[in-house]
Design a protein around this ligand. Structure first.
Ligand code: TMP
Ligand code: ASP
Length: 239
C-alpha cells in the first residue's frame, strides 16, 4: 500500500488517501491544542507515542472482540486504517469525576462513580463541540437510534477492557473520548485514537496525572508523562 494525497489535516493528525480506495493513512503530529484550539503547543515525540499506543490498544481491543479501524502500522508515526465515515460524535466515558464533568456539576475531581457514565458531544469545532443527548443526535441525523445503542454498548465494553488493562500498568482510567466510524457495509467500528491526548490516566498510587491535562493545565513534565505511560503499556501488553 502507498500513501497518496492529503485528504484532511486535523489538530493532531493528518489523513492521506492511499492507492487502495478503502484504506487511509493517518500521520500523527506532535502538535497539541486544548480548549477548542485556543491553546496551542508542541509535545515533542507525542506523535510517535500516540500512534504506537493507539495501535497497541486497538489490537488488544480487536483480540477482545471490539471492531476497530486499525489495519497496519506503517512506521512510527503512520498507520493504515479502514476508510470509514466518521460519526460526528465525541463519545465520552467516565469512571471518576474530572474536567468538564467536575466543573459542570460542581463535583470534586477524583469522586469515584458507582457506575461508569457516558455522554455525547456534537463534533463541531465552530459550535465548540456542544453536549447533546441521543434524541438530539437522532434529530440532527448524526446517527440512528440503533447505531447510538450499539455505540453506547461498545463504549461501555471498551471501558471495561481498557480499565482492566491500565490497572495492570498501575494506572487508573479516569475518563476518555472515543469516536466511531461507519464502514461501507454499515457496520460500526472504533476509529480515531486512544492515547494520553484522549484519556485521563492517573498513577494508581500517587494519583499523579499522566496525560494531556499536564499540557492543558501547564503542569510541566508532559513528555515524561507520555513516555512513562508508553513504557508501562509496553511492559504489560502481550501481543
Ligand atoms: P472533559 O472532561 O474535558 O469533557 O474531557 C473528557 C475526556 O475526553 C478526557 O479524557 C479528555 C477527552 N477529550 C478529548 O479527547 N478531546 C476533546 O476535545 C475533549 C474536550 C476531551
Ligand atoms: N483537543 C481539543 C482541542 O483543542 C481539546 C482537548 O483535548 O482538551 O480543542
Amino acid at each position: 500500500m502507498q500513501k497518496m494525497d492529503l485528504l484532511y489535516e486535523g489538530k493532531a493528525k493528518k489523513v492521506f488517501t492511499t492507492d487502495q480506495p478503502e484504506v487511509l493513512c493517518v500521520v500523527y503530529k506532535d502538535d497539541a491544542t486544548a480548549f477548542n484550539g485556543q491553546k496551542k503547543g508542541t509535545i515533542s515525540g507525542k506523535g510517535i507515542i500516540n500512534n504506537q499506543m493507539s495501535n497497541r490498544l486497538m489490537q488488544y481491543l480487536e483480540k477482545e472482540g471490539i471492531p476497530t479501524h486499525f489495519i497496519e502500522e506503517v512506521n512510527e508515526r503512520e498507520t493504515f486504517v479502514k476508510k470509514v465515515q466518521i460519526i460526528p460524535l465525541e463519545v465520552i466515558v467516565r469512571n471518576i469525576a474530572a474536567g468538564s464533568f467536575s466543573q459542570r456539576y460542581g463535583v470534586p475531581e477524583g469522586t469515584v462513580f458507582a457506575e461508569p457514565t457516558v455522554e455525547f458531544s456534537y463534533k463541531n469545532d465552530a459550535l465548540g463541540d456542544p453536549l447533546l443527548n441521543t434524541y438530539h443526535a437522532i434529530a440532527l441525523e448524526l446517527a440512528t437510534k440503533e447505531e447510538l445503542f450499539q455505540i453506547k454498548n461498545l463504549a461501555f465494553s471498551i471501558n471495561k477492557k481498557l480499565k482492566e488493562f491500565w490497572s495492570k500498568c498501575g494506572i487508573i482510567l479516569v475518563d476518555f473520548k472515543l469516536e466511531f466510524g461507519r464502514c461501507t457495509d454499515g457496520s460500526i467500528v472504533l476509529a480515531d485514537e486512544i492515547s494520553p491526548d484522549t484519556c485521563r490516566l492517573w498513577d494508581a498510587e500517587t494519583k499523579e496525572k499522566l496525560d494531556k491535562d499536564r499540557f492543558r493545565r501547564d503542569l510541566g513534565g508532559v513528555e515524561d508523562a507520555y513516555t512513562e505511560v508508553m513504557q508501562r503499556l509496553e511492559k504489560h501488553i502481550n501481543m
